[in-house]
Design a protein. Structure first.
Length: 292
């Protein structure tokens, strides 16, 4: 009789564990699906140039840039040219010791800047083509997120207490995954929108490049910010590579030490690290190119 009761109690316990494990598996699968989809979105956005994102939109922005921004750039370039002539004359004792060679050099520099300004939209687009070349050289195999972690965590649960703990942590992970996915989507989409806005006004900062004073710093800062946006995409992919490596460590922790709860915590921390890093990639890129 006691053996029958003990067997029945054990069977009920196993049944409860299986039900809880099913709940844990469903929650972890949903968490992995949500977060993996957001990670895939980052990858898809990073490998795209503005033209790949929307060719029609780029053509519209180029038309607006040529009709609305380029004339303003011409006015600014005229001001810079006159300002440079003034400085050239003022430096030579008010024109008494005027050097015609320097005047020819100034005219040549102006011709080069005019060429840059009229092709500034194409130049900025080519810069992001270079960024695409960089991210294309990141091996795709390093971006694969292992899917076996969920199964490993579920299979390692064998007690009611462990299953309840995993279920609780799984619910927390599911909630966090929604928040983190929202942040990742925000960063990925805001980057491409920022790129399109920068590209649309390219003629104006290019028109200031000839000047060495405060006006010229506009063009220099603009180019630095373009480089930062280009490198941001590269840093996003590097963050994904690091995240995949962290998940491999999580899988090793389950396989070698059999600690599913700690492994789930590590997975949750890895998701948080990835989200925080992706959110900071623009700041990191600006630091690399020297933007204050």
């Amino acid at each position: 009789m006691l053996d029958w009761f003990s067997d029945m109690k054990e069977s009920i316990g196993e049944w409860i564990v299986e039900i809880l494990k099913s709940g844990v598996e469903w929650i972890l699968s949903g968490t992995h699906s949500i977060f993996s989809h957001s990670v895939d979105t980052v990858h898809d956005q990073v490998v795209q140039t503005p033209a790949d994102f929307s060719e029609n939109l780029v053509e519209t922005l180029q038309s607006i840039s040529n009709t609305a921004v380029l004339p303003v750039a011409g006015i600014i370039l005229t001001y810079v040219f006159v300002y440079e002539i003034y400085n050239l004359v003022a430096e030579k004792n008010r024109g008494n010791d005027f050097d015609t060679q320097e005047m020819f050099i100034l005219i040549f520099k102006t011709a080069v800047i005019i060429l840059l300004v009229t092709n500034s939209f194409t130049i900025t687009m080519a810069l992001f083509e270079l960024g695409q070349w960089m991210v294309d050289h990141v091996p795709a195999s390093d971006l694969v997120i292992p899917e076996s972690i969920t199964e490993s965590i579920v299979d390692s649960v064998d007690t009611i207490g462990g299953a309840i703990g995993m279920l609780t942590l799984g619910l927390i992970s599911l909630i966090f995954s929604f928040v983190m996915a929202g942040i990742i989507y925000l960063v990925a989409w805001s980057r491409i929108i920022t790129i399109l806005m920068y590209v649309s006004v390219a003629p104006i900062p290019f028109a200031t490049l000839m000047n060495k004073d405060w006006v010229g710093s506009m063009g220099q800062n603009y180019i630095k910010h373009l480089l930062a946006l280009m490198l941001q995409g590269f840093f996003m992919l590097i963050a994904l590579v690091i995240y995949a490596g962290l998940l491999e460590k999580t899988a090793d922790l389950i396989a070698n030490e059999g600690q599913p709860i700690f492994a789930l915590l590590l997975m949750l921390v890895s998701m948080g690290i990835l989200t925080l890093t992706i959110a900071r990639t623009h700041s990191i890129a600006k630091t690399v190119v020297g933007v204050g």
